[in-house]
Design a protein around this ligand. Structure first.
Ligand SMILES: Cc1cc2nc3c(=O)[nH]c(=O)nc-3n(C[C@H](O)[C@H](O)[C@H](O)COP(=O)(O)OP(=O)(O)OC[C@H]3O[C@@H](n4cnc5c(N)ncnc54)[C@H](O)[C@@H]3O)c2cc1C
Length: 328
């Protein structure tokens, strides 16, 4: 069976950059961008206009559109013979034999082999449940009146009344930071039926800035999504007016394949790597949001992907130097 140099799992920011760098390094690349189901539960899918990076404002879907342009170019360009794009395929099983080669099984039960893996399956933000469903949030999240990523979209709250959905210290700090940066006239933390778990420093700042805390379950959201307007979150006894909301409930980490290979993960589920993305499993690299530590951003996904692809290329070139056919 053919053994590919590098298999890349995931087709978001990290996966596509890993594919570009691997192919342009002239290493043979097998890309699995995921099934439609994988894509829909990825962060890449939900990102609309990207405002915090140069040259992205014209894309309505700031990750998917530029990625597609680059993948189409790879598939047709001068390195097309090095690029094996398994469109709409996801990996469901992965193992490593003692011969240092990985075996991958896709969602249609096709089997592949590769010497190196760059795993880029990412994470997803936890959604708040409202009356037992995550649906009510989406009409406002889709038009970015409810958001998740401070560095990406925090600037939207400039001078606005804001609600934070979350009960942990992390959620409290989202409120504190937004207030300090953007001078929000009203800030309410909605714990949605959970007990607040804020640390003392956050509590002191919440009191100092006069935030409200509502611990009752959210029963409904009112507004006019068609006209891009969020109005209020309603609980049994309160109506919390908000022009904008941030969700701070943590992340679901897509680490199943790393776990199958026995890679070390941290307490939150992120995969632990060295500076180049190498995990505790030889030959398994991780890039993008799945990697422990670091900012969860497009440009960090790109940088971590380049580090891993270049490191793998060094190993491939070193091996080639020892092969007789390469010596002349
Ligand atoms: C609402 C929102 C807005 C954001 N806005 C910005 C912004 O403006 N600027 C910014 O820098 N960052 C932004 N981010 C963060 C950014 O989206 C992430 O940092 C980035 O997408 C991480 O890239 P990734 O490749 O690690 O993961 P993702 O982009 O999430 O990609 C994961 C990929 O893995 C695939 N996958 C999953 N499982 C499998 C499997 N088993 N087999 C094969 N493939 C699989 C999926 O199909 C997907 O292609 C935003 C995030 C959110 C949620």
């Amino acid at each position: 069976m053919k053994i590919y140099d590098v298999a890349i799992i995931g087709g978001g920011s990290a996966g596509v950059m890993a594919a570009i760098r691997t192919v342009l390094n002239n290493d043979e690349c097998l890309l699995f961008p995921g099934t439609p189901h994988d894509k829909k539960r990825s962060r890449a899918f939900w990102v609309s206009t990207v405002e915090n990076m140069p040259a992205h404002l014209s894309f309505k879907k700031g990750i998917e559109e530029p990625n597609k342009i680059s993948l189409d170019w790879l598939a047709q360009g001068p390195f097309a013979n090095k690029f094996h794009w398994q469109k709409n395929r996801g990996i469901k099983k992965i193992s490593k034999a003692t011969d240092e080669v990985f075996t991958l099984v896709d969602d249609k039960d096709f089997v592949y082999k590769a010497r190196y893996i760059i795993l880029c399956t990412g994470v997803m933000d936890v959604q708040p449940q409202i009356n037992g469903s995550i649906e009510p949030i989406f009409q406002y999240a889709n038009i970015q009146l409810i958001d998740y990523c401070l560095r990406c979209d925090g600037h939207h709250v400039l001078g606005k009344k804001v609600a934070i959905l979350g009960h942990t210290t992390g959620a409290a700090w989202v409120g504190v930071m937004l207030h300090e940066r953007y001078n929000c006239p009203e800030m309410t933390i909605l714990t949605n039926g959970e007990e607040p778990m804020f640390d003392q420093e956050a509590i002191d700042l919440i009191n100092r800035y006069g935030f409200k805390i509502v611990t009752e379950k959210i029963e409904s959201i009112s507004g006019d999504a068609k006209n891009k307007k969020l109005e209020a979150f309603k609980t049994a006894n309160y109506t919390v007016h908000a022009d904008y909301a941030f969700v701070g409930l943590g992340m679901i980490v897509y680490n199943e394949l790393a776990k199958m290979l026995g890679a070390n993960i941290d307490q939150r589920g992120f995969v632990i790597t060295d500076a180049k993305g190498l995990t505790s499993v030889n030959g398994l690299y991780v890039a993008g949001d799945l990697r422990a530590n670091g900012k969860k951003q497009i440009y960090t996904a790109w940088d971590t992907a380049v580090d891993s692809a270049d490191e793998i290329n060094i190993l491939i070139r070193r091996k080639k130097r020892t092969e007789t056919s390469f010596l002349s």
